[in-house]
Design a protein around this ligand. Structure first.
Ligand code: FPP
Length: 249
């Protein structure tokens, strides 16, 4: 993972080779709030506002799948007031945005575990996913109460429970048992706010993803920065273990 330097951050027009699947670790809301002298939940609230902008950018740029890391299985360890605020924000996001997302053709999906999530929120998540299931402009995968290791554990348990014969166990089969089973792996993973770690996000699916890390805090990661991330991706050569010569013919 390389941190983007300022000199690399000059947007230009027209991105060829748009990634099909972009995943984002929306980090830095707390630091943004601190910088602005606000309580942490305000940082998350501005983070949600920014998500609306980035969603519009995805539709404009032709990205087909966006996976966002909204709440990890480890985030339960945060102070209760912050956990409660994050739960409320997701609920409000669904209440306020569902009509517009539906009319834009966004298919909302949830990845993670709804166990432990309060019943009212879980019901809203289920109803939003059911209502938008037929949409096909953009798939928005919301990783909420999500952990990559937990996802692998649940996949292994299902494989064992269903009695899959050992000889049938392949990488493709395991991929199908992940929450993202019917989707291609992420082409590009963006992490805002500069941390150089994966934080238990899509650890199975990211084996050949390209990483883009920017020091910009999530609430400030605007449409131009998103465009720049796509341009940076488009300029990369994905080798999937091969040599440059093999890839370039
Ligand atoms: C990381 O910032 C961000 C999160 C733990 C939550 C991300 C959530 C949102 C943007 C809002 C909720 C999502 C939806 C879909 C409504 P941090 O708090 O770790 O920031 P810090 O590292 O600066 O403290």
């Amino acid at each position: 993972m390389a941190l983007m330097t300022k000199s690399e951050q000059a947007p230009t027009e027209g991105v060829p080779n748009v990634p099909t699947h972009v995943a984002i670790i929306m980090d830095g809301n707390g630091r943004w709030a601190k910088q602005h002298g606000l309580p942490r939940p305000e940082g998350h609230r501005h983070g949600v506002e920014n998500l609306r902008r980035v969603l519009r950018a995805c539709v404009q740029e032709g990205v087909k799948i966006l996976t966002i890391y909204a709440f990890s299985t480890e985030n339960w360890n945060r102070p209760k007031y912050e956990v409660d605020a994050l739960m409320r924000l997701l609920e409000m996001f669904i209440e306020r945005e569902l009509d517009e997302l539906d009319s834009q053709g966004v298919q909302i999906r949830h990845i993670g575990d709804l166990e432990g999530v309060n019943l009212r929120l879980a019901r809203k998540i289920r109803s939003a996913t059911a209502r938008t299931a037929h949409n096909n402009t953009l798939i928005l995968n919301v990783a909420f109460n999500y952990g990559g290791r937990k996802e692998i554990v649940q996949a292994v348990k299902r494989i064992v429970r269903e009695g899959v014969p050992e000889d049938n166990i392949t990488e493709e089969l395991i991929s199908r048992y992940m929450y993202t089973g019917d989707l291609p792996d992420p082409d590009l993973i963006i992490r805002t706010s500069g941390e150089l770690r994966v934080s238990n996000f899509l650890i199975w699916q990211s084996s050949y993803s390209e990483f883009y890390v920017t020091p910009t805090l999530w609430p400030d990661f605007d449409q131009n920065e998103f465009h720049l991330a796509l341009e940076t991706y488009a300029a990369r050569t994905r080798r999937f273990g091969k040599t440059d010569d093999q890839v370039n013919g």
